[in-house]
Ligand binder design. Structure first.
Ligand code: CUA
Length: 345
């Protein structure tokens, strides 16, 4: 082979390398920017609970081991490329059936996989905490979350409080299809199957409001099946439990009082409960303390009077496929319902 051939080969390699940098460079920059922008999103690498912390540790261990493998291969490759780049074009010596080499390159990956296996099994065992007895049950519905505290006698929806630093044990059920409970910063995903109770346990380590989401495709509004998981101090948790167990408060504003009477005369009680009133439906979320929640429609919207009005006026526009029907009432009466529900703290 001629020298020109070698030069062509070399310039071709350089062009390929430059092309790689041009393509991969912007992709890497975009990925970094995306990671930086995702500050408010649930981030498994910023754990707030024991499960997520153990998963992060395992992730880092695996990344370090695999990076070492990648680096070793790159370095060996670079040494070979640089050291032998100017060899005259003699044909490479052929090796066939080198037992020693084959044993080495079978044994090294086997050892690496064994180490990864042991680390993963150890993490899985650490995550499975002993059962202190479930404090509450989370029930998946299309497309919202129910939190049932049977010993305290209340249910709430799409927002739940737990105390920091104490083990949390939750039973998981579903009323319709398979959902999956996931608070990324607390721990891994656990499926919620109809007809079977699953469990999830972890230690919340840091106070904060964490976004939870459904991680099993469960129908048209799977993507808007979210909830707020609030880790708070034991004092604030006790206050929340005490408030949630109370029946609905009496409305005080004129509009709210009118709304409180109106809601009893229309069909809302067929699906919703407001404890302390005649409304005892169980198909939709319990609205007893609706005003205390930060989100509407499983966190599709934040809980403001304007958003609640928009939701009541046209649920299908806010959340297409939702099982909440439209309420055919004049604007003034819808505003009374809004005033009433927002007072139900
Ligand atoms: Cu429930 Cu996806």
């Amino acid at each position: 082979m001629s020298r020109r051939y070698h030069e062509r080969l070399r310039s071709g390699a350089w062009r390929g390398f430059a092309r790689c940098v041009l393509i991969l460079g912007p992709v890497a920059v975009a990925a970094l920017l995306l990671a930086a922008c995702a500050g408010n999103q649930p981030d498994v690498l910023r754990p707030g609970g024991s499960g997520a912390e153990q998963i992060r540790t395992l992730t880092l261990q695996i990344v370090i081991i695999l990076s070492a493998v990648l680096l070793t291969v790159w370095i060996l490759l670079a040494i070979v490329i640089i050291r032998y780049r100017h060899r005259p074009e003699a044909e490479a010596s052929q090796t066939r059936g080198n037992l020693g080499i084959e044993i080495v390159w079978t044994a090294i990956p086997a050892v690496i996989v064994a180490v990864l296996f042991v680390l993963t099994v150890r993490t899985t065992l650490q995550i499975a905490l002993p059962d202190p007895g479930a404090q509450f049950t989370t029930i998946g519905h299309q497309w919202w979350w129910e939190f049932d505290f049977p010993s305290e006698g209340f249910k709430t929806a799409n927002e739940v409080y737990v105390p920091v630093g104490r083990p949390v044990s939750i039973d998981l059920r579903s009323t319709d299809v398979i959902h999956s409970f996931w608070v990324p910063q607390m721990g891994g995903k656990v499926d919620m199957n109809p007809g079977h109770v699953n469990h999830v346990r972890f230690f919340p380590l840091k106070t904060g409001s964490y976004l939870g989401e459904c991680s099993e495709f469960c129908g048209v509004q799977h993507g808007r099946m979210r909830f707020l998981f609030i880790v708070t101090t034991p004092e604030k948790y006790s206050a929340w439990m005490h408030d949630q167990a109370l029946p609905a408060r009496q409305p005080t504003g004129a509009e709210a009082i009118a709304g409180g009477q109106l809601i009893q005369t229309i069909a809302c009680g067929g699906c919703h409960t407001i404890r302390g009133t005649a409304m005892k439906g169980t198909f939709g979320p319990d609205l007893t303390h609706f005003g205390s929640r930060r989100g509407i429609a499983a966190f599709t919207l934040s809980n403001t009077p304007q958003n609640l009005l928009a939701w009541l006026q046209d649920p299908q526009k806010v959340k297409p496929g939702s099982k909440m029907p439209q309420i055919p009432l004049p604007l003034q009466e819808l505003q009374q319902l809004v005033a009433y529900l927002e007072e139900m703290k």
